[in-house]
Structure formats: C-alpha cells, structure tokens
Design a protein around this ligand. Structure first.
Ligand code: FE2
Ligand code: FE2
Length: 367
C-alpha cells in the first residue's frame, strides 16, 4: 500500500554499515527513498534533504541517538519529523530516555521486518497528516489575510464615500443658509456664533458627541425659511404691522417645508430647529404655541443661542447690547421665553461664550 503512495524520504542513521545497507534495501523495497548517515553529525546535515522520517541508532560514537533526537526537537525547522530509535538494549531505562529525548517510537535489534513496516507506516501517515494540516493552515492564513485586506479596502472606500457625502451635505446646507442670509442681512458671524453656542449647550447637558456635532451643523438652518419672506418685511427698519408680523412668523413653517421628509439626519434636525426656534417655554411662541418640554430640546437650545447672539450683536434696527445686558434679558426671560435649566447652564458658562465671541468677529472670520 505504501508502494502506491508518493515516495517518502527516510533517513537511516547507524554507525554499522551492514545495518545501514539492510535497512536501505528493505525500506527501498517498500517504495521509499532512503538517505543514510553514519553518525549524528552527518544525520543533522542530511535533515536538510526534506526528510519525512528518521530511523536512528541509539549507540553511536560522538553524538548518540538521544542527543540527535534532542537536537531535532529543539530545532524549529525539523522538530516535527518523526523519529524511530533502534536499539539493541531493550531496557526500560532506554525506552524512558528515548521518550524523554522526544522519540516517537523505538524498535529493538535484531530487526523484525513486520515491525519496521508497521512502525514506519504509521509514523509516515502521522507526518503526512501533520504536513497536510500545516499547509492547510498556511493556506487558510493566506486566504484570511487576502480577505481581510479586501475587506479593509472596501471599508476604506465606504468611509471615504461617507465622508465625501457628508461634506457634500454640509456644503449644501451651508449654501442654503447663505442664500437665506442674503435676504436677511444676518451675518455669517451670527450663524457661526449661535451654532457654537448651541453645540456648547448640547455638550454641557451631556448629549452624545454625535448629537453635539449634529446641532453644530443643523442650528445654522434655523432661519432658512426667511428665503420665502418678502424683503420689504425682512429689511423694514421700523415696527412690523400686524399682517407683516404674521408673514414674518411664516419663516418657521417655510423652513420646515424646505427641510421636511429628508432621509438626512442633519436636515431632519434642521427641520425641527426651524419650526421650533420661536416657540416659548410659557407657550406664547409660534408657530404652534408649544410649551415647556413639548418644545423639542433642539429648538429650546437654539432659541437661547440665537436670541443671546442677536442681543449681543448690532442689527440694522438696534445697537449691540453688552454681554451683561444680554444676559440680564436672558435671565428675565427664564421660564417665560426660555427653558430655565438651559438659561442657567448658559449663564454658568459665560467664559466659553466669550471665548466663542472672541474667536468669531462681527465679520464672520475666525480670528
Ligand atoms: Fe427665526
Ligand atoms: Fe438667527
């Protein structure tokens, strides 16, 4: 049966020429290729010949069989080669030493051919199974590495696409906001400051970093609906008439309409902010007259950020209030126009508010 298998290469190590010749003839008759060595040193050198099994004499001059076995087991390249030890001294001590040195099996001299056949066959099978497992493992590692690489590339591409999509989204929003500003005369600086005030408030009430970022980008959309408000109303220096005021209030609903039904989370948040940033805590706001926590949190946050910045900035119809004056108005409106808790948080973080004001000048440039 072995004769039909792929030839195996067996290294026969024995200082006795007669035994080497006998083993060579017999193993070759089984279909194996045989290399021979007359001592331990030659054996070690010949391990390089892609050996599948070592047939090793115990008693040899120089390096004995135990030493050769130990050397094989300690060598990472050869440690898996099976070793059969052949000894004339069939003592239990020898067997123990052979096992301790790392031999897989042993045969006693004089040799019995059946014994040689059965032991070499079973050890060669074991080696074959071991080799197959090793190459399967290597192949598997290669496949896994290749797939991991492909997955990584796909992920990189996905992240890149998402990033570009998000940038395109943000740019669209920015352009929309600018379009609304053209009519309103609101400066870019107002948008930048109020969005940062909003993000600061969101951070202080422990919203997630994702929500904080979203409010930073969604809050500039609060007045986007003013794109639908007639210019003569938007730019009117004096007080608005009743009808004009009604028209003005429409910007909340226009904004919501512009942004509604979007699958983008940011635009959806923008819609909520657009429609709720003029609601009042006491229910006296517009367009729906919601009160307290009925008003979406995003809207309540943006109201404070928006009103404070409007107060502290110069507008065509008014001079800028000082921060102290603006803060006083905010506090007076606490629980009336504004969510009282958010007013407290805003008031307690004036150093960050001032930092944002210092960073973004009236002309909209980051200093
Ligand atoms: Fe508004
Ligand atoms: Fe505003």
């Amino acid at each position: 049966m072995i004769k039909n298998d792929k030839p195996k290469r067996i290294l026969v190590v024995d200082d006795d020429q007669t035994i080497r010749a006998f083993l060579r003839d017999y193993l070759e008759s089984l279909g194996h290729q045989v290399e021979t060595a007359q001592d331990g040193f030659e054996a070690i050198a010949k391990l390089e010949l892609d050996i599948d099994l070592v047939f090793l004499d115990v008693r040899m001059p120089g390096m004995d069989g135990f030493e050769v076995t130990r050397w094989i087991r300690d060598n990472s390249q050869f440690k898996d080669i099976p070793v059969i030890m052949a000894t004339g001294l069939n003592t239990p001590q020898d067997r123990i030493r052979a096992v301790e040195a790392g031999a897989n099996d042993f045969i006693t001299k004089p040799f019995d051919c059946t014994e040689i056949y059965t032991r070499t066959t079973s050890l060669l099978r074991m080696k074959e199974a071991h080799d197959a497992l090793k190459s399967y493992k290597n192949e598997l590692e290669g496949t896994v590495a290749k797939r991991t690489e492909a997955l990584r590339r796909a992920l990189d591409k996905m992240v890149d696409t998402q990033r570009r999509l998000r940038e395109a989204n943000l740019e669209t929003i920015h352009r929309l906001v600018i379009a609304a500003e053209f009519k309103d005369m609101n400066t870019a600086a107002h948008i930048q400051r109020m969005s940062r005030f909003s993000a600061m408030l969101a951070r202080k009430i422990n919203l997630t970093p994702g929500e904080v970022e979203s409010i930073l980008y969604a809050s500039p959309m609060h007045d986007i609906g003013k794109i639908g408000t007639p210019e003569e109303i938007l730019l009117k220096p004096g007080k608005l008439s009743g009808d004009e005021w009604l028209e003005m209030k429409q910007h909340t609903l226009f904004g919501a309409q512009i942004l509604e039904n979007s699958s983008s989370e940011l635009l959806h948040m923008g819609e909520i902010i657009a429609v709720s940033h003029h609601e009042r805590w006491d229910g006296g706001g517009y367009p729906h007259g919601l009160a307290g926590e009925e008003i979406p949190l995003w809207g309540r946050i943006c109201t404070i950020a928006d009103v404070f910045d409007a107060l502290a900035s110069e507008r065509p119809y008014k001079k800028a209030f000082t921060n102290e004056e603006a803060l006083k108005i905010l506090k007076e409106g606490s629980g009336k126009q504004f969510d009282p808790q958010l007013v407290d948080i805003f008031t307690n973080n004036m150093s960050e508010v001032i930092e944002i004001q210092n960073k973004i000048s009236r002309f909209g440039n980051d200093k």
